[in-house]
Design a protein around this ligand. Structure first.
Ligand code: ADP
Ligand code: ZN
Length: 518
């Protein structure tokens, strides 16, 4: 490799001439330096940190083509557009492209800086032959966590990459991801054959984002209140298409422009809604998680989750779309026991290889939503950092919640679930504990149980939040009919080996404001 190429001042010159940026950001310089020196690297950089530049810039400087593996055609086309706009010679090679013959010719002739491909191409024998016939500068593997079963988005096709990469030992590899806990990182290094000293991690903290996580009691009112305090553009994530449609409809009452986005809409509607959002200064996009990938809108002022996200990684990535311009932004999550019930039910359908990773992921989410302590600290610790105990910019740091020990009540609830036969929903168990003279309770003989009527009025008010907390941590699980059963964690609580703390519900927030004089 020539000296000029190794020289970071040449890299800075290219940075300003081709990309129009005055300086590298964060770890970009380290990553680019390593790639130019031919060293394989795994770069873990949060969304918005500028990952694409770390392979696009070397691709421009180095002789030969940088082959980029990317999991989504839509993502590739976004990248292609922005690279081409910078005058970079780039192409995609996908089943959706009609000019494949021409692209292959340019690739062979060394006339491409970037070639984007999907991972499944890696397993095709004639693709290897094609690579052998072209000058290669670098392999970039985008969304590299897809290679790991520990990752939150495992794609079996990514496993096919290793043999292909190994047959070009002189071509360096640059793996990129925004989301990888320590376990997943080690796995990516291993799966892609990158030495462990090739790991470069950017800081994950997004200090301008204010995190707030609240049990969902009236999502419409809770989200409306958020919107009223935030005049700028925002995204509201809902878990299903139907949920998106309904919420978009209801939020129209705020008087703001609200549009839906989900995979069930016609492509042209989706594209139009997305374009409207990107251009807007006050619009609200109600969307499934299909929305947001590859969207470059720096002034998003809030991201709201109407339900529990899939994992801490997804939460971080989705909330990370807020406040990329560095100005204050809000991330609000609403969660309910049924979110955890659904997620834990899905665990039951999972095969062994994925189960332990998924369960650990869900437990991490539970501790994030349940913690009376700093949310940011939990997030950053999850990404391998060593953050201070408090951040001053999350709900819990701004207003430390009152915590009460509810271990005794939790035990009563778990016993009642057990003694009624682990088949009844919360409502029934609650009646038994409160000693309600209910027909169904009598019929079943549940008024004869030792747990009948052992909860007083004050405790009764806490039963639902306790049930929610127990479901979050897996001590209570729901069967497919909504019946409660004891889960893995229940034993430790019943035996007095684990405590249950509860954030005292902020009941004052539930009361709707009354109009004066009305
Ligand atoms: P990621 O893939 O990490 O989410 P992108 O590669 O899409 O991030 O980059 C995010 C934004 O940051 C883009 O608008 C990009 O043009 C911009 N960007 C990247 N590097 C720099 C830099 N060195 N200086 C200023 N802006 C940059
Ligand atoms: Zn905090």
């Amino acid at each position: 490799m020539s000296v000029a190429v190794n020289d970071l001042s040449a890299a800075r010159e290219t940075l300003s001439r081709v990309f129009g940026f005055p300086a590298f950001r964060g770890v970009q310089e380290t990553v680019v330096g390593r790639v130019l020196a031919g060293q394989s690297t795994l770069a873990v950089m949060p969304t918005g940190a500028g990952k694409s530049l770390t392979y696009q810039l070397p691709a421009v400087m180095l002789e030969g083509t940088c082959v980029v593996v990317s999991p989504l055609i839509a993502l590739m086309h976004d990248q292609l557009r922005s690279a081409t706009a910078n005058g970079i010679r780039a192409a995609t090679l996908t089943s959706a492209d009609t000019d494949r013959g021409q692209t292959i010719e340019r690739f062979r002739a060394g006339a491409l800086d970037l070639l984007y491909i999907a991972p499944e191409r890696a397993s095709q024998p004639h693709f290897r032959e094609l690579l052998e016939s072209a000058p290669l500068a670098l392999f970039a593997i985008d969304e590299a966590h897809c290679v790991s079963e520990w990752g939150h988005d495992f794609r079996p096709d990514y496993r096919l990459l290793r043999p292909l990469l190994d047959s070009f030992p002189s071509v360096p590899r640059l793996a990129l991801t925004a989301t990888a806990d320590a376990h997943t990182r080690a796995d990516i290094l291993d799966q892609l054959g990158i030495p462990s000293d090739g790991l470069v991690i950017a800081g994950f903290d997004r200090p301008n984002i204010r995190y707030s996580i609240t049990p969902r009691d009236n999502p419409l009112r809770q989200i409306t209140r958020l919107i009223e305090g935030q005049p700028g553009p925002g995204i509201v994530y809902a878990p299903t298409r139907a949920g998106v449609e309904k919420l978009a409809d209801q939020l129209g009452a705020t008087g703001r422009t609200v549009l839906p986005y989900h995979a069930g809409l016609a492509p042209e509607v989706r594209a139009a809604n997305q374009a409207a959002f990107v251009a807007s200064e006050d619009m609200i996009m109600v969307a499934t998680v299909a929305f947001g990938m590859g969207i470059d809108k720096p002034d998003v002022r809030f991201v709201a989750h109407a339900a529990l996200p899939k994992s801490i990684e997804s939460y971080y990535q989705e909330t990370g779309r807020a406040g990329r311009d560095g100005d204050p932004a809000v991330a609000m999550m609403l969660w309910g026991a049924e979110d955890f019930a659904r997620a834990r039910a899905r665990l039951g359908e999972m095969d062994e290889t994925r189960l332990s990773g998924e369960r650990a992921r869900l437990d991490m989410l539970a501790s994030l939503v349940e913690t009376p302590r700093c949310r940011r600290a939990i997030l950053l610790r999850h990404f391998g950092e060593n953050p201070p105990e408090t951040c001053g910019n999350c709900d819990n740091c701004l207003k430390p919640p009152a915590v009460t020990n509810v271990t005794e009540l939790a035990r009563k609830l778990l016993s009642a679930v057990y003694r009624t036969g682990q088949a009844f929903g919360f409502g029934h168990v609650e009646k038994v504990l409160k000693g309600a003279s209910d027909e169904r309770v009598m019929q079943r003989g549940h008024d004869q149980l030792s747990v009948f009527g052992i909860v007083d009025d004050e405790e009764a008010n806490l039963l639902r939040p306790v049930s929610r907390a127990l479901q979050a941590r897996g001590a209570l699980v729901q069967n497919e009919h909504g019946g409660l059963m004891l889960g893995g964690e229940a034993r430790a609580i019943l035996k007095g080996e684990a405590e249950v703390d509860l954030i005292v519900p902020k009941t004052t927030e539930k009361a709707p404001r009354r109009r004066r004089g009305g």
